[in-house]
Design a protein around this ligand. Structure first.
Ligand code: UDX
Length: 430
């Protein structure tokens, strides 16, 4: 496909990755954002997002001339072949997706884009949104093209997607969007806009359901004396189950799964379709933070008031600096509500600041200083390689709750630490 002229509205981790990678695929791209300071920084190839390879691609494509950034809507909007909407669609107060940003951008661009320009909805939007945009813009060239980018893997997932989903009643417009991805090696699903919009929610909610399922299995293992890591391994050997999203944790978080599960539940309620599996998925996740808090309270001897608890990991998962909807911070809130005194360390969270009730310190050993209980809440690999004797000497009451099943049990025990794990009965528990 010849180089196309693309505008991407919104330069968050989805929009910036989309703009940079489309330029890398040979297209001419302008990334637009309302945040003037962000646009100025991006134009200097300063990328604040913790996304491997993204800063390098932005720098290279700025130099190649295929990528540039604009504050507000670009003046060349009338000339572009595609406009991608990559603006936030956060959870509204009723759980449904808040489409204010989408509506605002559409109202601004409707008079500026050419009749043949294709409007592509990259943002995660409720089913039926593209149909409503078609009606409001009075054009058929509107296409749903949901993103499947994992934070911390956004560039990899864009350039090597497992699938490209394109949905529109206008098959010509849909094919033009599909061709933009010609440089990737992914299967392309061409479908209706409603199906394309639903695939995104369906996938994310399935992943969340899988995690809530494995987190409850872990709780059952503790009661039955089974071992969740072996049970998960046994499940992984069945290819129909799949090998990922079977590791228990303090719950699932981030900027997508919590938002998308609530949004799909809201969509189902509006369609008067009961979705008890999704209800239970969300309820199980909310309960997970309380279960972890119970474990930490028990490890502290039964009460948390005035107890110093050291948290290892604050981000919602390893490999990102994102603390939005982090399960680690949900646990921290519950601990603080019972009077615990919290310090925390995370390799991707700046030290010397307060994050909620957590005082962020410079190292995992500083977290251990004076701590009655330590808790691993994010699966940063470095937490599996700590100098355990140093941890033991720093923590007067060396008990560590490992909510991620990350720690080497024998090394931790050898260093004199008591390990409380998830999904297996601890040796010390009768
Ligand atoms: C998710 C989807 O994976 C991605 O396809 C979509 O485009 C955006 O939302 P992301 O939000 O980056 O990506 O996080 P993800 O990697 O899916 O992890 C979500 C949560 O599940 C994290 O809190 C993570 O710690 C947790 N998790 C994941 C587990 O607890 N156990 C696992 O085995 C995997």
């Amino acid at each position: 496909m010849a180089a196309q002229r693309i505008a991407v509205i919104g330069t968050g981790y989805v929009g910036l990755t989309t703009a940079a990678c489309f330029a890398r695929l040979g297209h001419n791209v302008v990334g637009a954002d309302v945040d003037e300071a962000k646009v100025a920084a991006l134009s200097r190839a300063e990328v604040s997002l913790h996304e491997p390879a993204l800063a390098e691609i932005v720098a290279e494509e700025l130099r190649s001339g295929r990528l540039r950034f604009a504050h507000g809507l670009p003046g060349t909007l009338s000339e572009v072949d595609f406009v991608f909407l990559a603006v936030p669609t956060p959870t509204g107060n009723d759980g449904a997706a808040d489409l204010t940003a989408v509506s605002t951008v559409l109202a601004q661009l409707r008079e500026q884009i050419s009749p043949r320009c294709v409007v592509v909805v990259k943002s995660t939007v409720p089913v039926g949104t593209v149909d409503r945009i078609v009606a409001s813009l009075g054009r058929t060239t509107v296409v749903a093209n949901p993103e499947f980018l994992r934070e911390g893997h956004a560039v990899e997932d864009f350039l090597h997607p497992q699938r490209v989903v394109v949905g529109s009643a206008d098959k010509h417009a849909a094919r033009k969007v599909a061709r933009l991805y010609a440089g990737t090696d992914a299967p392309v699903l061409m479908t209706s806009s409603a199906s394309a919009e639903l695939v995104k929610y369906a996938s994310n909610c399935f992943l969340a359901m899988k995690l809530s399922y494995v987190n409850t299995l872990a709780e059952l293992c503790e009661e039955l004396g089974a071992d969740i890591s072996d049970v998960a391994e046994g499940m992984r050997l069945d290819q129909r189950v799949g090998s990922s999203f079977l590791t228990p944790g303090p719950g699932w978080g981030g900027s997508c799964l919590p938002k998308d599960t609530k949004a799909l539940l809201s969509t189902s309620a509006a369609a008067e379709v009961d979705f008890p599996l999704l209800d239970a998925t969300i309820a199980t996740n909310a309960r997970q933070a309380h279960r972890v808090t119970d474990k930490i309270r028990k490890a502290a001897g039964g009460a948390l008031s005035g107890v110093h608890v050291g948290l290892l990991g604050l981000t919602f998962k390893a490999g990102t600096d994102d603390i939005r909807d982090s399960p680690a911070l949900a646990v921290a809130e519950l601990l603080a509500a019972e009077g615990a005194l919290l310090t925390g360390y995370d390799p991707c969270v700046p030290t010397g600041r307060q994050v909620g009730a957590v005082r962020v310190v410079a190292s995992p050993y500083a977290v251990a200083e004076g701590a009655s209980v330590l808790a691993v809440l994010t699966e940063w690999p470095e937490f599996a390689e700590l100098d355990w004797s140093r941890v033991t000497s720093a923590a007067p009451h060396p008990v560590i709750v490992d909510t991620r099943g990350l720690l080497p049990a024998s090394k931790v025990a050898e260093a004199g630490l008591t390990l409380v794990s998830v999904g297996r009965r601890d040796r010390r528990e009768k």
